[in-house]
Design a protein around this ligand. Sequence first.
Ligand code: HEC
Length: 129
Amino acid sequence: MSTAAWRVRIAAALAVSALTWMSSAPAAEESAAPTEAATTPPEPIAEPEKPKVDVRKLFAMNCSWCHDGYGLHAGKGPKLAGTKMSVEQLYDRIAKGKSGAMPGFAKTLKKEQIDAFVEYIKGLKDPDS
Ligand code: HEC
């Protein structure tokens, strides 16, 4: 699958989680707009897709010996949570590595697995901030 197609998939997944989050938030101002709320059918919410990639398992196998705590703490490599890198930079770093510091994973991981790492790292909450 092309990178563009995966971007679309990731965007769709994010949109679904946003919808899920919004629908679980308490309805504010219930009495303020009763007519609209009563007549608008609820948005259908797609079933969350079963993740195809088990990121934590992959992380344990490929990254944990340098990035501690599933990316939450520094080890031989830096803490990944709270990285300033963009999605593209993260993809690039994981695929190509960094000479003398980190191996590249373009040959051992599939594109969808690298994408899953990028999404996972972007979603980490920095425990130190
Ligand atoms: C052999 C040790 C090693 C392994 C294995 C390793 N890394 Fe790294 N990684 C490093 C080091 C060292 C750096 C810092 C490189 C530098 O100087 O910028 C780094 C940097 C990174 C960065 C950039 C973080 C930032 O904000 O600068 C990301 C993202 C990353 N690694 C992800 C991964 C992922 C995902 C895996 C597993 C697929 C992995 N690494 C496996 C050693 C490793």
